[in-house]
Write a protein that binds this ligand. Structure first.
Ligand SMILES: [Zn+2]
Length: 175
């Protein structure tokens, strides 16, 4: 298995396993198995002498294993996909804002968060959506705090309700 040379671009775990981003679990597993067979350090003894880059192969093996850890589990894969999407939206985001800058409105069960867009409409998200993503909004007292397990990305992209602008809500790790 040869990885296509895209060294200037950060490889995704999908690239590392040579699978499409919409690959099924079975496809990812099959690709992982063949990647392991081709890069496992134990299998390299015979070819190490002929290879100029034994270290490179070892790094590849570790990357393959890491990619499988993330993509082989539907939960961590979903989080990774989310992070990947966010990182690709970098250019489109108008600005970074913190939770403190958002307007909060308690509407019974959920807390809605708003931030006005320059078009007049709002960027919005509610505590229920945040909870589904794994973040916990604590709005007790006079200061709201978003709690985030270590495995989650540190920001959430919010699209405007009307225009194509997006903002990045930065999530602090304070507990
Ligand atoms: Zn807008």
């Amino acid at each position: 298995m040869v990885l296509v040379g895209k060294s200037s671009i950060q490889k995704t775990y999908y690239d590392i396993l040579s699978v499409k981003e919409d690959a099924t679990y079975e496809e990812i597993r099959a690709s992982y198995k063949s990647a392991v067979l081709n890069s496992h350090p134990d299998k390299l003894h015979n070819i190490t002498e002929t290879s100029d880059h034994p270290h490179e192969l070892e790094v590849r093996f570790l990357n393959v294993r890491k990619a499988w850890e993330i993509l082989g589990d539907s939960k961590t894969r979903a989080l990774y996909d989310h992070e990947l999407r966010d990182s690709r939206q970098d250019i489109d985001t108008a600005e970074d804002i913190s939770l403190d800058e958002m307007t909060m409105e308690d509407v019974g069960e959920v807390v809605e968060l708003f931030y006005q867009c320059r078009c007049g409409d709002y960027f919005a998200i509610d505590s229920e959506e945040l909870k589904e993503m794994g973040y916990r909004l604590d709005s007790g007292g006079n200061k709201a705090v978003l709690n985030r397990p270590d495995s989650l990305p540190t920001s959430v992209i919010l699209p405007c309700g009307s225009c194509s602008l997006k903002i990045r809500l930065m999530i602090n790790t304070q507990c």
